[in-house]
Design a protein around this ligand. Sequence first.
Ligand code: FEO
Length: 403
Amino acid sequence: MYDIRKLSEDTIYLGCSDRRLKLFESAYPIPNGISYNSYLIKDEKTALFDTVDKACSSQFFENLEAALDGRELDYLIVQHMEPDHCALMEDVVSIYPDVKIVCSTKTVALIKQFFNFSPEENVIVVKDGDTLSLGKHELAFYMAPMVHWPEVMVTYDKTDKVLYSADAFGSFGAINGNLTDEGLCFNCSYLSEARRYYTNIVGKYGPQVQMLLKKISALDVKSIYPLHGLIIKNNIAKFIEKYDKWSRYEAEEKSVLIAYSSVYGDTENAANILGGKLADRGVKGIKIYDVSQIHPSYILSEAFKFSHIVFATTTYNNGIFETMEILLHNIAAHNLQNRKVVLIQNGSWAPTCGGAMKNILESIKGTEILDESICIKSSLKEEQLAELDNVAEKIVNSLNVLI
Ligand code: FEO
């Protein structure tokens, strides 16, 4: 049965949710599922904004047929060529052979790479600021390269003041009946997965996100229609403020994230004691994560949030314990900058992980190492408590400078 939702007089939601997929992009756990959003405007002309992942193929085509209700499809607006959004475009073209594909120049090349048809005859290539009239609705296109792929563009419907934002302003999580953020506690129930989505999917491309935010700032946006997650109506300013912070790699919380790996509990012991010492000195909101238990996508997201990060780990095979090494490479790969860090190493006979961690972190712009002096030899000793006090003092002093 079709499952479509009316969003306005002539706009329809025809996306779908997947709650079976374990790892989005074969990389990110999605315990609450994921939505693939697609929208249709029915004006004098009809325009479909993107398709969905092939997992939802049959539902999508039932939805599209019901939404068109006997009308032809005039335009397929392709904002992003990642297959979770474009997978069904070849089928759309074969069902509606007269449809015009509206897209950026780079999209044309990607269509040829992903599919076995040549879009030239059916394509309308648009550039930054180009417009398209559907009748009552006037659309304007804005290029958003690397948010999240190079061909990405977003679309502004001047009539309804809707920003079709492609991957920007999306979130992990399936649609649970409610399609919009109205009546939702944005900070307490939506922000953490929206942050995890942003930081892991787009986090590397801060300067490009800044360029998009600049373009958006000139528009009067009343609703944001992303390709994943809820339609945003009530929290637009708040979400844009977060995007601005994340894309400038500015911390949201002046507090401490402690990330540790521990084979037999001794490094964990040091992490917990340091957490307590920070708390005793008045630091609020500390978070401690075992990087072997928590998927790096969650810790990366927290790393974008916190101003200070302690990395405590064990030497393993003459290097960094594997789960910590993965996290550090993730942080470096996502370009997280300007964090103040402390390194704690453990090594029973040849501790080397401190230097190896430092090598990775020093490759990241703006990283300041506050302390790297603590070296646990197998287990923490009484006399090392003073060293932890010293590290706690350094962190608190550094936090006070920020506050
Ligand atoms: Fe949801 Fe970059 O695709």
